[in-house]
Design a protein around this ligand. Sequence first.
Ligand SMILES: C[S@@+](CC[C@H](N)C(=O)[O-])C[C@H]1O[C@@H](n2cnc3c(N)ncnc32)[C@H](O)[C@@H]1O
Length: 236
Amino acid sequence: MSRSGIRKPGKEDPSRAKRVADYGYKKEFYQSGEVADDYDFHRWGSPERAKRNLAKWKTILAALAQTEGVGSILDLPCGTGRFTDRLVECGYQVVGGDISFEMMQQAQKRIGPMKGLLGFVRADAEHLPFPDSSVDCVMSIRFLFHVDPVTRVRMLREMGRISSRWLILDYRHKYSYRFAMYRLRKIFGLAKNPLVRVSRAQLEQEARDAGLKVKAVLPVARVFSDKWVVLCETTS
Ligand SMILES: C[S@@+](CC[C@H](N)C(=O)[O-])C[C@H]1O[C@@H](n2cnc3c(N)ncnc32)[C@H](O)[C@@H]1O
């Protein structure tokens, strides 16, 4: 609680995940009604967090501006639909996909029916229930950094299979103040949890391994952010 008595997002919130670099845990974590119910408040329920949300959206728009011929988008995972309705408002035909019914239920409840919103589909990023080249673009935000590199390449390949050309991805990179401080703490044995971040070379390699080509890397903020929005193209 703040001094004014208004609840602020905090460490005790049900949707604050444990800081473990384990994708299996994260995959299960969001399949809980309590977590899904709290998600939007915990992630975006303060002015600072809402500002970060907007910065991410502006970067996604900048990535979309570099695409051509995109009519349909799969938002995967869509979670509670943070960007799903915004994409529809931009005129795209959008499908939301997620492994968690609970998260998609929140999205559906908040967004309601919209022309251009084609619906929500339970989908595992490792085996997507869509035919080859069935959308023009797959967008994957706040997800891939939870996943180990080997699984991530498999998922990217799967996303590339169903996209006729474009992918918009969210990566966490090494070139940040936060990562520099983490390295320092690690040298002195003070780092409690591992902080896994990619280099530009690793990003390019993962894309190649998944049959993709990096077209643009857009930092979400210039100085302190460790987030990139990455625009890729399929190569086959
Ligand atoms: C941190 S949320 C991000 C959601 C949304 N993109 C956003 O930016 O708010 C991560 C989401 O990944 C979903 N998820 C985890 N593993 C998945 C998988 N294998 N396939 C599809 N979705 C998955 C979770 O259910 C959760 O909704």
